[in-house]
Design a protein around this ligand. Structure first.
Ligand SMILES: C[S@@+](CC[C@H](N)C(=O)[O-])C[C@H]1O[C@@H](n2cnc3c(N)ncnc32)[C@H](O)[C@@H]1O
Length: 493
């Protein structure tokens, strides 16, 4: 097997393709450094005794989608177990509290921190270690009430920041986090650089001119995510300030530097977490867990086809909430090298770029928001009032499959100027045919208008020379997805 740092060399795709043809094994894991890290991760997981990995599966890496899993031998049939990760090796609200409580005996939460000071083993509570390990000091700022008041995102991002980034500084590299093998395989800043909310918050600023050219709904989504990010930062930054005061200056990065690390960690969690109910939390948004190895699975757009997750609550240990397993879905694997996918949900490219920092060349879930154009057609105040009163104002979208019913209602009203008739249409008593051909004409005007604007945006993006090429390509792909939808409907309209 040949190992080279191909990713870092940034070789053109054509050259890479040639190299891969000459040395097919190179696809496996491109970089020996990464292979070592993956081996350490597997050793760490296997130490738990309850970790399972199907021998037909291995990790590979490409320039396009980073690490992923593929079939390396044999076959995978529907419902075959692919991997199972015990709760001791998942990072979530429960396990974080459990690990923090190891360094702070005042934190006692039933069912989560079973080790009280009386029941701690010597290994867990060595007084000598207590004097030295900086986490005894750092985690003394916590009490149960404070921890329980945090959201999963806040606690996880703070804890990962402490264990991954601060512990090596606090303890001069002499102390190691239990989670180190997992941290070692997490994505780099560059891997997640195509998330627009990062462009809004990173310093020095990046892709500024690209932000202005994002589709409106995509931009609004990035603002929403940016707000969540900064709300969480405001919640955890007082604790970071306390830690700054506790530890000497050389082991305390500035708050501005920590904020940049926090952004990276926030999006690592966001792009890798999986849904799991947590008894301590009532808000569904807190029901998340990070599962090493499972988080290597890349996304494919087909739903109910590829792997599916299962939580085995029988296999919980003292501080756990169940093993996280992945099983083979209806699509069976027989071809060596075939990628093993997980569907992250029915997500459009606008959504994928915001949440995960990638887009798909072809994506059946793409959707165009044409609210601005439709609203501009509604000139009569009574029409606007009617649509608002009936909750039909705004959120006008089209996909490849359909023009949304909301659009048809708004345009039916605009083209007929007949509220009674539109009411019947809304209730399903009349077909949309009765509004033709006016409705079709209005729709064509809108679609042609959106097509022209989309082409202008593409031109403007192509002219940019001060932005990251990968991010630029991703935004272009969003607009190209729009053109596919538009030309499909214009052909039919
Ligand atoms: C859960 S992780 C999957 C493992 C990841 N590829 C890695 O190297 O660790 C999700 C991330 O993988 C990448 N990804 C997932 N599916 C992808 C796809 N179909 N195409 C391109 N990138 C993808 C994105 O960077 C995303 O944020």
């Amino acid at each position: 097997m040949i190992f080279l740092h191909l990713g870092r060399l940034n070789l053109p795709r054509t050259v890479l393709k040639k190299l891969f043809q000459m040395f097919p094994d190179m696809r496996c894991v491109k970089c020996s450094h990464m292979k070592e890290k993956l081996n350490s991760l597997l050793q760490w997981l296997e130490a738990s005794n309850n970790f399972y990995l199907n021998e037909s599966v291995e990790i590979f890496e490409t320039n396009e989608s980073g690490r992923g899993a593929h079939l390396c031998s044999g076959r995978l049939k529907t419902n075959d177990l692919i991997t199972s990760v015990p709760s001791s090796h998942q990072l979530n609200f429960h396990t974080v509290i459990y690990h923090i409580a190891k360094f702070n005996t005042n934190i006692v939460i039933q069912g989560v921190t079973p080790l009280t000071s009386d029941s701690r083993t010597n290994e867990d509570f060595d007084p000598l270690v207590e004097n030295v390990d900086p986490r005894y000091k750092a985690y003394s700022v916590f009490d149960a009430k404070l921890l329980l008041s945090m959201s999963s995102f806040q606690l996880l991002s703070l804890y990962i920041l402490a264990e991954w980034k601060l512990l090596p500084l606090w303890g001069n590299g002499n102390f190691h986090s239990f989670w180190e093998p997992f941290f070692d395989v997490l994505p780099t800043r560059a891997d997640l650089r195509s998330i627009p909310a990062r462009w809004l918050n990173e310093y020095p600023p990046v892709n500024v001119s690209l932000i202005n050219l994002l589709p409106q709904s995509c931009y609004e989504n990035s603002l929403r995510i940016s707000k969540l990010l900064n709300d969480d930062w405001r919640c955890i930054s007082p604790i970071l300030e306390q830690w700054k005061e506790m530890f000497n200056e050389s082991s305390s990065p500035s708050l501005a530097d920590l904020y940049q690390e926090f952004i990276q960690i926030y999006f690592i969690i966001n792009s890798r977490c999986l849904y799991m109910e947590l008894p301590l939390k009532t808000n569904p948004e807190d029901n998340l867990t990070m599962v090493p190895f499972v988080d290597f699975l890349n996304h494919a757009p087909l739903t109910e086809t590829y792997c599916y997750p299962r939580i085995d609550r029988m296999k919980r240990n003292t501080y756990g909430i169940g093993s996280f397993s992945i099983r083979c879905g209806p699509h069976e694997y027989v071809q060596k090298g075939e990628e093993i996918f997980l569907n992250y949900g029915a997500h459009s490219n606008d959504f994928l770029i915001n949440e995960y920092g990638f887009v798909l060349d072809e994506n059946r879930w793409n959707c165009i928001d044409i609210s601005t154009e439709v609203k501009s057609m509604i000139q009569i105040p009574a029409h606007k009032r009617f649509l608002m009163e009936n909750d039909y104002w705004g959120d006008y979208t089209i996909t490849h499959e359909e023009i949304s019913f909301r659009v048809l209602v708004a345009l039916a009203l605009c083209s007929s100027n007949d509220i009674r008739k539109v009411e019947k249409f809304m209730m399903g008593f009349l077909p949309d045919d009765v509004f033709k051909p006016h409705l079709d004409n209005l729709l064509r005007i809108i679609l042609e208008n959106v097509t022209a604007k989309t082409k202008e945006k593409i031109e403007s993006i192509l002219e940019l020379n001060d932005v990251d090429a990968f991010c630029q390509q991703n935004v272009l792909k969003i607009y190209k997805g729009y053109l596919c939808i538009l030309s499909h409907h214009l052909g039919q309209a």
